[in-house]
Structure formats: structure tokens, C-alpha cells
Design a protein around this ligand. Structure first.
Ligand SMILES: [Fe+2]
Ligand SMILES: [Fe+2]
Length: 277
């Protein structure tokens, strides 16, 4: 099964280059992915004239399964409403059969209008958990902002405000892949049974830490997941090949004390408080 992950298109921005997007689209179509994930920042400012241009470009994808989320640039002012008008729901859950692999996917809007910071929000947690509670061979979570810092991006900022809680939740939900964009630096962090895969900017020159526009192709095979970075029209490089099923002692999902403890008894319960000395 092949997933194409693109993000940070930034249609309408000063450093947006339409030819890069055209080239990336051609390459993605040639790769015949089973699923395309568009991980936010489709527009540069969320303006009404930028959304139709972004939609027109993405309509060029041959893949019938395209899942997107808005980014901070899309959500400015009422940009999130224009996103809904153009692409549909900002949050989505789906179960799909791809090349014999049953995939449970949950995509969440982590943007807040006029803030660059992201937040998933605890009001989403139950909904996310429910989305992953089905039988699945692969569980994929999508949000625009990053859950862990990405190297080469300077002073850490804009990380999902509730990143710790979200990481714990996803770990307990058995998530395999977390797909994000935002920092314009492609990078993979393997953490506690999950691969956190960040895509670069597919079609802009808004690059510093990684100096090229880029997107990812993620190949899910028996026993392994490999991530390949693609530079539109200009090559590829591996971001690593990882075990699909982590050794239980490394994923240690059952050992996560956070949410389970929070739902259980507390030492603050009167009958559990140690007697005073
Ligand atoms: Fe961006
Ligand atoms: Fe962003």
C-alpha cells in the first residue's frame, strides 16, 4: 500500500511556485498511491481567491482517496469556513481497504483562527479514540501541526499545545502513523510504536532547515514501512525503513500510565489517603 503525503502548498504566497506543484502532481499520479494525504496549509492566507486555485490543482490528483486537513494559514479569520465550503469537513474519520490493508484513518483540524500554534483539543479525544476502535491493520492519524519538535526549525514554536496528551492517546489507540506538515522540514521520528512523519513544503521556496521543496511517499509492506522523500522534479532520498510492528517491549503501549491512571482511582480519594502521622 502506498500513501502520498503532501503539505504546505501555500497557493497564492510570494514564494509559491506553481510549476513545483504541477511537477509533484505528475509524480504522485505516476506513483499510483492508494491514498493521498494533504496535511494542511493549502493556501497562503486563506483568502477567498486562493481556495478555488488550490481546489483546482488538487482536482488534478488521479487518486480517488484524498484526505485533507486545514493548516494555520488556511484558517485565518474565517478561512476555516472557506476550507469547509471548498473541501468539506475539517475533521474526518474513515475506514478504507487499500491493497488488502484495512486502514483506519482519523484526520483532525489542529488549527485555530489567527494563531500559528496548533491544538487538537481534549474535546476531540473521545472521537479520535472511537475512530481507531475498529479492527484495522494500519491506524493513521493526520493533523497539520507537529507533535514533537522537528530539527532544523530554530526555536521551538507552534507545536500542538496538548502534544503530550495527544501522543499518549495515539499510543494507546495503537496508531502506526502520524502524518503532519507545518515546519517545512521533512523528518521521521519513531516513538513508542508510532512513526511521526513530517512532510516538507511541496510547492514553495519557504525552506530553510531542509533547503528543497519536498513531499513523501510512504510504502506500507508486510513487516515494514518505508518513507521516501521526493523533491519535485529533482530526486529522492530515503527517510528510513522501519518495522511495521514494533516489538511490544519498545512500543510498551500497555505501560502508558497517563490516561488509564487519570480514569482510575486517585490517591485523593478519601479512603486512599494515607493516615496522618
Ligand atoms: Fe506551511
Ligand atoms: Fe503551517
Amino acid at each position: 500500500m502506498l500513501i502520498a503525503q503532501i503539505s504546505d502548498v501555500h497557493v497564492g504566497g510570494a514564494r509559491y511556485r506553481e510549476e513545483l506543484l504541477d511537477r509533484a502532481m505528475e509524480e504522485v499520479n505516476a506513483a499510483h498511491p492508494d491514498l493521498v494525504v494533504v496535511a494542511g496549509d493549502l493556501t497562503d492566507d486563506g483568502y477567498p481567491d486562493q481556495y478555488p486555485l488550490a481546489a483546482e490543482k488538487l482536482a488534478g490528483l488521479d487518486c480517488p482517496r484524498v484526505v485533507g486537513v486545514p493548516g494555520n494559514h488556511d484558517a485565518r479569520n474565517v478561512g476555516y469556513l472557506l476550507y469547509e465550503d471548498t473541501f468539506g469537513a475539517r475533521d474526518s474519520r474513515l475506514v478504507i481497504e487499500c491493497d488488502g490493508v484495512r486502514v483506519a484513518l482519523v484526520a483532525v483540524d489542529s488549527s485555530k483562527p489567527d494563531l500559528d500554534e496548533g491544538e487538537v483539543g481534549r474535546e476531540h479525544y473521545g472521537w479520535i479514540e472511537e475512530g481507531f476502535s475498529t479492527d484495522a491493520d494500519l491506524r493513521v492519524f493526520v493533523c497539520h501541526h507537529h507533535l514533537v519538535p522537528v530539527p532544523g526549525t530554530g526555536r521551538e514554536r507552534n507545536q500542538v499545545l496538548d502534544a503530550g496528551d495527544v501522543l499518549s492517546l495515539l499510543r494507546q489507540c495503537g496508531v502506526d502513523l502520524v502524518l503532519s506538515g507545518h515546519r517545512h522540514v521533512p523528518y521521521v521520528w519513531p516513538i513508542a510504536g508510532m512513526l511521526l512523519v513530517h512532510s516538507g513544503t511541496v510547492s514553495t521556496l519557504r525552506t530553510r532547515g531542509f533547503p528543497h521543496p519536498a513531499y513523501n511517499l510512504i510504502n506500507v509492506e508486510d513487516g515494514r514501512i518505508s518513507v521516501e522523500l521526493r523533491i519535485p522534479g529533482d530526486g529522492r532520498q530515503s527517510l528510513g525503513t522501519y518495522p511495521r510492528d514494533w516489538p511490544a517491549e519498545l512500543a510498551a503501549r500497555e505501560s502508558d500510565p497517563f490516561v488509564r491512571a487519570a480514569r482510575g482511582d486517585s490517591l485523593a480519594d478519601s479512603d486512599k489517603t494515607p493516615p496522618e502521622a
